[in-house]
Design a protein around this ligand. Structure first.
Ligand SMILES: *[C@@H]1O[C@H](CO)[C@@H](O)[C@H](O)[C@H]1NC(C)=O
Ligand SMILES: *[C@@H]1O[C@H](CO)[C@@H](O)[C@H](O)[C@H]1NC(C)=O
Ligand SMILES: *[C@@H]1O[C@H](CO)[C@@H](O)[C@H](O)[C@H]1NC(C)=O
Ligand SMILES: *[C@@H]1O[C@H](CO)[C@@H](O)[C@H](O)[C@H]1NC(C)=O
Ligand SMILES: *[C@@H]1O[C@H](CO)[C@@H](O)[C@H](O)[C@H]1NC(C)=O
Ligand SMILES: *[C@@H]1O[C@H](CO)[C@@H](O)[C@H](O)[C@H]1NC(C)=O
Length: 500
């Protein structure tokens, strides 16, 4: 039932296009429009062809290429400098706009078996496809078009690891689909432990056989360690977040070649909860609903099954575990600590850990900033909604103030460290601002799976993102910064060779 409208709509769009095509030969504004579109498309083709030819990324050649482009005044809006060229240094790729682009999306969810049902919005009955058609256009330069083959080639024999909460997982699945689109033999991509995507013990490792590389996800919603409280603590304390220690899984990914962190979402419910819980509540209500060691006997801290039940729990049942989770520093449980200070401390811990434990000449570290939620007329629990949003906010965005609070804390910590040489090597994906404009991109009612119909209007998911969709853009930025670093390495080593 829920799927019929989308099919009808697609049919309608199809016939609409046909009618439009025949009408074009009438003398009308259509001709003019068609003419401009055609010229634009042809220009694009020339430009893309050229890019394909020059795609070897010989950076000694890059400069010539961009000089050539700059000479070609007819390239119009393409006159912006390419982000990967040397001249673009200083271009802030996070300042820009969402622009409509018919070349998107980069893949179809039905072609990608790595997606949770919860992200397959169109397959789950979402009637519009607009949310898949927006490309991020930086103001002062152009991003490289995502080239899955190139990325896989650069990842050969390497490990790329996402660590964070379920929004990080959202991004990880997006990247799997983006990369898999370039692999013809789908069974050459597999989970190394044979786990299906919907079920795992805290982590999943997908291998791209032809490239001997893995793209991995570790669930660590706080990045810091959650575990048993100290022996002598009050019986109220059932579990603690150890703000000065990294998550248990850090041993597994410390040596990865690319690390992509995110956190924030789980530090976020305080204000909403405070609204309906008594204000003397001092506990951090963002911990797991049960102490994880009670659920697993294995070596892994999280025995979390990821399925639609967990999904709903993750989003909707948070109050059931408002009991007994406190913050801890050293051996001391901080009964009074506020969420904001705890969040700040956790980011300090992550940065300290990067400095101490990560070999920066091997590992490229990314940190993706907080991705805003878009509940309107309530919050995640009180019937807040986003299901009527079909377009981005093209001007300023209306996101809850805690978005900027979350972001501000991170920015504060980073700017305090920005002059230390190691942290200069941290690549921050500043997605908060751009993402705040994408109220149209959430799973809303369409997260229950293709056979389960749509969700109750009072139970919307305005936190996670439909795929294909907004997280694809975060990954395009990841791709751009990844290649940029490579480029500057290549330049440096060729410079030093030249000097030698
Ligand atoms: C430019 O790249 C091509 C291969 O794409 C290479 O043969 C040529 O030598 C390069 N030119 C310069 C000046 O490095
Ligand atoms: C595959 O990659 C790993 C590093 O992730 C490396 O240790 C191993 O030697 C590689 N295997 C082959 C056959 O290249
Ligand atoms: C860091 O990584 C580089 C490149 O892989 C390697 O040459 C170097 O020995 C590593 N340093 C340490 C301390 O492990
Ligand atoms: C970092 O260094 C720059 C100059 O190198 C200086 O202007 C700035 O104030 C420093 N920032 C901090 C936070 O120390
Ligand atoms: C977000 O981006 C817009 C447009 O670039 C800018 O005007 C605004 O100041 C930014 N907001 C924040 C909080 O950085
Ligand atoms: C490349 O060299 C420049 C200066 O010559 C330096 O500032 C930059 O950090 C180097 N980049 C890398 C990735 O080593």
């Amino acid at each position: 039932m829920s799927r019929t409208p989308s099919e009808q709509e697609l049919d309608a769009m199809d016939s609409f296009k046909k009618i439009k095509f025949f009408r074009l030969f009438e003398p009308s504004l259509g001709i003019l429009g068609f003419f401009f579109v055609t010229v634009f498309v042809i220009c694009c083709f020339f430009y893309m062809d050229y890019r394909d030819v020059a795609n070897g990324f010989q950076f000694s050649n890059q400069t010539e290429k961009f000089v050539w482009l700059n000479f070609d005044g007819s390239a119009g809006e393409d006159r912006k400098v390419e982000f990967l060229s040397e001249q673009s240094n200083g271009c802030d790729v996070f300042e820009g706009d969402w622009v409509w682009d018919e070349n998107y999306p980069l893949y179809q969810s039905k072609d990608c078996r790595f997606l949770d049902d919860g992200f397959r919005c169109s397959e789950n009955g979402r009637p519009d496809l607009f949310y898949t058609k927006w490309r991020w256009q930086p103001k002062h330069c152009n991003l490289p078009r995502f080239d899955a083959k190139m990325m896989l080639e650069k990842l050969r024999n390497k490990r790329l690891v996402f660590v964070g909460d379920s929004i990080g997982r959202n991004q990880w699945e997006s990247l799997l689909c983006m990369l898999a689109s370039a692999v013809p033999r789908k069974d050459s991509i597999y989970e190394v432990n044979g786990s299906p995507i919907t079920k795992h013990k805290g982590f999943l490792v997908f291998k791209f056989m032809d490239y001997n590389c893995t793209v991995e996800y570790y669930r660590a919603p706080f990045l810091v360690l959650q575990s048993r409280p100290p022996a002598n603590s009050s019986p109220k304390v059932r579990t603690t977040l150890k703000l000065d220690q990294m998550d248990w899984s850090s041993l597994k990914w410390r040596d990865a070649d690319v690390l992509v962190f995110n956190t924030g979402h789980w530090w976020n419910y305080e204000k909403t909860i405070r609204g309906f819980r008594s204000s003397d509540m001092k506990i951090a209500l963002t911990c797991e609903n049960e102490p994880s060691w009670k659920r697993t006997s294995g070596v892994f801290g999280y025995g979390n099954l990821w399925n639609i039940e967990t999904w709903k729990k993750d989003i909707f049942r948070i109050p059931t575990f408002i009991r007994g989770c406190y913050f801890q520093e050293g051996s001391e449980v901080k009964m009074e600590m506020k969420i904001d200070s705890a969040y700040r401390k956790s980011i300090e811990t992550v940065i300290g850990w990067i400095r101490r434990e990560v070999n920066i000449s091997k590992t490229q570290v990314f940190y993706r900033t907080y991705a805003p939620v878009h509940f309107r007329g309530g919050n995640w629990r009180t019937g807040g909604s986003c299901h009527l949003e079909t377009l981005p906010e093209l001007g300023s965005s209306l996101v809850p103030s805690h978005t900027w609070a979350r972001y501000g804390i991170f920015a504060d910590v980073i700017s305090a460290h920005i002059n230390t040489s190691d942290i200069k090597k941290l690549d921050v994906l500043y997605v908060t601002n751009m993402t705040s404009r994408r109220k149209d991109g959430h799973s809303s009612l369409y997260y229950l799976g293709p056979n389960a119909g749509i969700a109750s209007i009072h139970r919307q998911d305005c936190s996670h993102w439909c795929l294909p969709g907004v997280p694809d853009t975060w990954n395009e930025l990841l791709y751009a910064l990844f290649l940029k670093r490579e480029a500057s390495h290549t330049r440096n080593s060729s410079t030093s060779r030249a000097q030698a």
